[in-house]
Design a protein around this ligand. Structure first.
Ligand SMILES: Nc1ncnc2c1ncn2[C@@H]1O[C@H](COP(=O)(O)OP(=O)(O)OP(=O)(O)O)[C@@H](O)[C@H]1O
Ligand SMILES: [Mg+2]
Length: 310
């Protein structure tokens, strides 16, 4: 339902989005994962028609944002990174305001606001002023505002940044439920766990470019030596390390502290039994052993040499 085609944007001559392309199917939850300054918000603002496009196009159900901006905007609900609510108005008044902005009549807007308040789990706070809400509650109302006009596509820009874990879980569950009910979702975050929890397909974006795109499994399969086995041993013996490095299932070995080793393996099952056998042979005591499955954080590190969060 959404096609993002070679999207480009520069600020003051400096390109910050450099030909971003991806498409999202109806009913899909799609993740945009990238570190601070990667160009996620800029990309999203162009998709929603909030920011002029320098190059490329965005199509929703075949309609171009350049040719039919109003029609495209109606189909999209945007949850911006910054809260956009009136603090001195109540939660319900805020929602009704947004509904009217999208052309709902008074009674319609009020009825819809009640349903949206239930969706985000804040019916009991409907008539309280936004200024009395916690950060997490404001975020939930902000999501509600994006739902007032029954969008086909919900785009969320880091909706869980800076809020308490309980609100965060609530938001994640709400988005999951909306998606299961058929809502198409684009979810932006620099939290790998959130994107993994919600999204079938994920684009990893860095310096304004999509550097990897696929399902979590596809992306993790790209990771050479993706599984890390952390060992604590006594003592660390040079010959033991050398032998580890020559094992077929092992891609790399790193000594991280005086008694800790990280073994990057392609097949954890094969590597584990070999590591145990090798430690017996070399009379190296295994004090602890921990298997870390491959994840997107590791892929990002491999692709860029940096971590997703600084
Ligand atoms: N209005 C603007 N004027 C000038 N530069 C901008 C503007 N908006 C964004 N930028 C720059 O564009 C780059 C991408 O910013 P953007 O906000 O899209 O990143 P992001 O991936 O959303 O980051 P974050 O995770 O911090 O929200 C940054 O270097 C930022 O400084
Ligand atoms: Mg952003």
């Amino acid at each position: 339902m959404l096609q993002v085609i070679e999207l480009k944007k520069s600020f003051g001559g400096k390109p910050v989005v450099k030909g971003v392309s991806f498409s999202v199917d109806k009913g899909e939850a799609f993740g945009l994962l990238g570190p601070n300054g990667a160009g996620k918000s800029t990309t999203i603002s162009m998709i929603c028609g909030l920011l002029k496009i320098d190059g490329g196009d965005v199509r929703v159900n075949g309609l171009s944002i350049k040719k039919d901006p109003m029609a495209v905007k109606r189909k999209i609900g945007i949850v911006p990174q910054d809260i956009a609510l009136y603090p001195t108005m109540t939660a319900k008044e805020n929602l009704v305001f947004w509904g009217k902005m999208y052309g709902l009549k008074g009674r319609e807007a009020k009825a819809k606001a009640d349903r949206v308040l239930a969706d985000v789990g804040l019916s009991d706070r409907a008539n309280d002023k936004i200024e009395t809400f916690s950060g997490g509650m404001k975020r939930r109302i902000n999501i509600g505002a994006a739902l007032m006009h029954d969008p086909e596509l919900l785009i969320m820009d880091e909706p869980t940044v800076g809020i308490d874990p309980q609100s965060r879980n609530h938001i994640l569950e709400t988005v999951k439920r909306l998606n299961e009910q058929g809502m198409t979702v684009i979810y932006t975050s620099h939290y790998m766990e959130e994107v993994e929890f919600l999204c079938e397909r994920i684009a990893i974006i860095d310096h304004g470019e999509v550097i990897a795109l696929g399902t979590k499994t596809e992306l993790c399969n790209r990771l050479a030596g993706g599984t890390v086995i952390q060992l604590k041993v006594d003592p660390i013996k040079e010959r033991f390390i050398q032998r580890l490095k020559t094992m077929e299932a092992v891609a790399n070995v790193k000594i991280v502290e005086e008694d800790r080793i990280e073994v990057f393996v392609t097949r954890a099952d094969a590597a584990l039994s070999q590591i145990v056998a090798l430690s017996l042979e070399h009379r190296v005591q295994l004090l602890s052993l921990n298997v870390k499955e491959p994840n997107l954080e590791a892929l990002f590190l491999q692709l860029t040499g940096r971590s997703l969060r600084d």
